[in-house]
Ligand binder design. Sequence first.
Ligand SMILES: [Zn+2]
Length: 293
Amino acid sequence: MSVRASASVVHTAAPRAHAITIDVEEWFHICGPIEAVACERWPSLRSRVVETTRLLLDDLDEAGARATFFIVGWVAERYPALVTDIVAAGHEVGSHGHLHRRVYELQPVTFRDDIRRSVAALTAAGAPDVRAFRAPEWSINDRSLWGLDILAAEGFSVDASMAPVKLVGSVSYPRAPHARSTASGSLLEVPPLVADRFGQVMPLGWGWGLRMSSPRRVLAALEAAHRAGMPGVLTVHPWEVDPDPPRVSLPLRLRFAHYFRLDGFRARLKTILRGGDFGAIGDLEAVRAADRA
Ligand SMILES: [Zn+2]
């Protein structure tokens, strides 16, 4: 058994089969030119992130699962006590950018400044050693591979931003953790869980794909991945378990991504958490092996 520095829980030193990740953001952190949720309006919109993240902390605690929390720097700046509590509960903290912007819409220097701001906010709130990154809307893809160079140069060792699906990434991306070499060193890329269905690749581990699937189906897919020697990585957002979710009018694709089948999701997620062997990304054998290398 080992105790993580500044953590209040004890967890086993054994690797976990799967990882659960939480992208800590407000319900209004929606990518794209949506006037109703534009950056300038954020301070005046109803904040729900603290209450809803606490629901997920409770559910993880109940299931005995550790998680990686990819936190938006803007959230860490406003609610540092939330970051402190996430760390104190023994979870891992990574960056989800500062202003939740798509990487491929930024210039390299703007992206670098954005991640620096997020790391500064997370560190000021008590997060130790932020070395994992998740891009908003899986926005490191063929249009923004330069982002990986910047992450490595900034001291990150893990990226979890490249989705092996067509809409936001590419079906050609590997489905298992793999090394990506950059001009500034190597990064371990940790992709989210996908599934083949009706001749398409669907996002089984996050978003509408996770919300529409029964816990039994998700657990079966995790088990199949494990048998094939791969971890399954799930991603949830605090706004997906909000009992009183605010809404704005969104274009069809975003409406589906954000609002489809939120009903009952928290209960289904609890069943999934109880049924699988979940840890943080750092608890995966592939990540530990890369750390040892
Ligand atoms: Zn996000």
